[in-house]
Design a protein around this ligand. Sequence first.
Ligand SMILES: NC(=O)c1ccc[n+]([C@@H]2O[C@H](COP(=O)([O-])OP(=O)(O)OC[C@H]3O[C@@H](n4cnc5c(N)ncnc54)[C@H](OP(=O)(O)O)[C@@H]3O)[C@@H](O)[C@H]2O)c1
Length: 309
Amino acid sequence: MRVFIAGATGAIGRQLVPLLQGAGHDVSALVRDPARAPAGVRAMRGDVLDRASVMDAVLEAQPDAIVHEATADPSANNPRRMRAALAPTSRLRTEGTANLLAAADAAGTGRFLAQSIAFAYAPRGPRVVDEDAPLNLDAPRQLRSVVEAIADLERQVLGASGVVLRYGWFYGPGTSFASDGDTARMVRRRGLPIPGGGAGMWSFVHVRDAAEATVAALEVNGPRVYNVVDDHPAPLSEWLPEYARLLGAKAPLRLPLWPVRLAGGPIAAEGMTQQRGASNARARAELGWSPRHADWRGGFAEELAVAGS
Ligand SMILES: NC(=O)c1ccc[n+]([C@@H]2O[C@H](COP(=O)([O-])OP(=O)(O)OC[C@H]3O[C@@H](n4cnc5c(N)ncnc54)[C@H](OP(=O)(O)O)[C@@H]3O)[C@@H](O)[C@H]2O)c1
C-alpha cells in the first residue's frame, strides 16, 4: 500500500515508519520540517491545520491509506502539562482530521486510521471497559473539551468508514515515560503524587506495540474502534511506586485529593482517582495482534534497564 502519515516524526511515528517499510508499504509523510523526516520516507512539507497544504500533499502522494498521528505537545502524557497542551491538540483532532479526511476524499483514498485515547472513558461502571463504554462527555469543563474533541475526531473518522485506534498511555523510546522523558523527571522530583488512594486505572502500551497494532489495522474495513493497550490495566497506586522504584527515585508522595485538584486541575484528579482501564480483547481477536510487552511491569523494567545500561 501507499501509506501517508501525519505525525511521522513523533514517538509512535518513528516506530511506525520502519514497520510499514518492513511490511513492504511505500511511505510518505506530511512534515512541517522535511529535515526531520524519517529515513526512506517521501517527505511532503505541510501542516495538518493548513488545508491547502494537506490537500496538495495527499493529491501528490495518492495514498491508499492515511494515518493521522499528529499531536501538538510531546509532553501530552504529563498530566501537569496537559492543561497547556489541550487546545492545540484538540484542534489537530477536530480541524486536522477534517482536513485529512477532505484530502482523502479528493484523492479517493479508501483507508483512514486515526489515533484516539483509551483513557477518555466515563468514570462509571466496571474499572476496565471495552470500546462500547461511553466516553466521558459529562466531565468537568476543562476535561470535557478534550473528550469532545476526541468524540468529534471519532465521529468524523467512523463516518468516513475509517478506523479509530484508542491508544493507551505510551511508554518506550521518545515518550515521557522514557528515562529522559518528562514523566521520569517529574517522578524523580517526587512531583507526581498518589492522591486520594490513587485508584484511577491506567492502561499502558509500549509505542512499538502500538505501532504494530496500527500496521495490522491497515487491513481492517471500518468503521471500527479498537483499544490498543497491554493486558494489565493497573491503578496509579500500583504502577507509580513500581515505576519510581525502577527509576531509582524515592517513593511517590501519598496525598489527599484536594491539593492535587488545586495544582493539576480536574484532568489530573480524574486520571489519578477515577480513570477507567481499557480491555484489548477486540484488538487481540480482530487484528491478529498481541502486545509483545503484555505487562507494563516487564515493559517498564526492560525500557529503564536498557536506558540505564
Ligand atoms: N503519548 C501518549 O501517551 C498517547 C496516548 C494515546 C494517544 N496518543 C495519541 O497518539 C498520537 C501520537 O502521539 P505521539 O506521542 O507519537 O506524539 P508526538 O511524539 O508528540 O508527535 C507528534 C507528531 O505530530 C506532528 N505534528 C504536530 N503538529 C502538527 C501539525 N500542525 N502538522 C503536521 N504535523 C504535526 C509532529 O511533527 P513535528 O515534527 O512537525 O513536530 C509529530 O510528528 C497523538 O495523536 C496522540 O494524541 C498519545
